[in-house]
Each structure stands twice: as C-alpha cells, then as structure tokens.
Design a protein. Structure first.
Length: 116
C-alpha cells in the first residue's frame, strides 16, 4: 500500500515536499517513482529512485528544481519541489515498480496547486 501526502496550495516560486509511505513487502530492487497528472492531460513521469541506490532520475521539466529521496528506515520516499511554477499544478501520485519511470502499484494522489 502506498500513501502520498503533502500537497497543497503554494505561490509560484515556492516549495512543497511530498511524502509517500510504503507498506507491505518491499524489495531493494523496487523502484519508487513520482508521476503527475494535470487537468486534461495524461499522467507523466516526474522522478524515480531505487530503494537500493542513491541514483535518481528526473523528467527534463523538473530537473534542477525537484529532488527525490528516500528513507529506508521509514519506508518513505520524498519529493522536494522548489521554484514551483504554475505548470507544476497537478495531482501527484507515487508508484512502485521494477523499472525506472514505470509503476505497477499506485497510491492515491495528492493535489498540488501553484498560483501565479
């Protein structure tokens, strides 16, 4: 089970940190990812990280502004979002899978609204 939280309303240029708590069987090979879906658009990849590695992967649109990280002791993955833009407004989902930028298990989304 995945539970994402931390969304909210923020002004452009501001920051938010999303959290995703994972429960159940977790394997070091699992990949944790964040995705987002803006109104009227398809869900898109944002960032990925493996439980067993510090290497991170990002969509071009968020590189340099977003940081994905994990706390294995808490089974929690974070998405630190800085310098937010209006186009970052979306429902953000965390997902678990075995490949980068893919997920087979999803949590409920959390809404991020960036006002300009």
């Amino acid at each position: 089970q995945l539970q994402a939280f931390g969304g909210g309303l923020v002004q452009a240029g501001g920051s938010l940190r999303l959290s995703c708590a994972a429960s159940g069987r977790i394997f070091s090979s699992h990949v944790m990812s964040w995705f987002r879906q803006a109104p009227g658009k398809e869900r898109e990849f944002v960032a990925s990280i493996r439980w067993s590695s510090t290497r991170t992967y990002y969509a071009d649109s968020v590189k340099g502004r977003f940081t994905i990280s994990r706390d294995n002791a808490k089974n929690t993955v974070y998405l630190q979002m800085n310098n937010l833009k209006a186009e970052d407004t979306a429902v953000y989902y965390c997902g678990q899978g075995t490949n980068i930028a893919e997920a087979t298990k999803w949590g409920h989304g959390t809404l991020v609204t960036v006002s300009s």
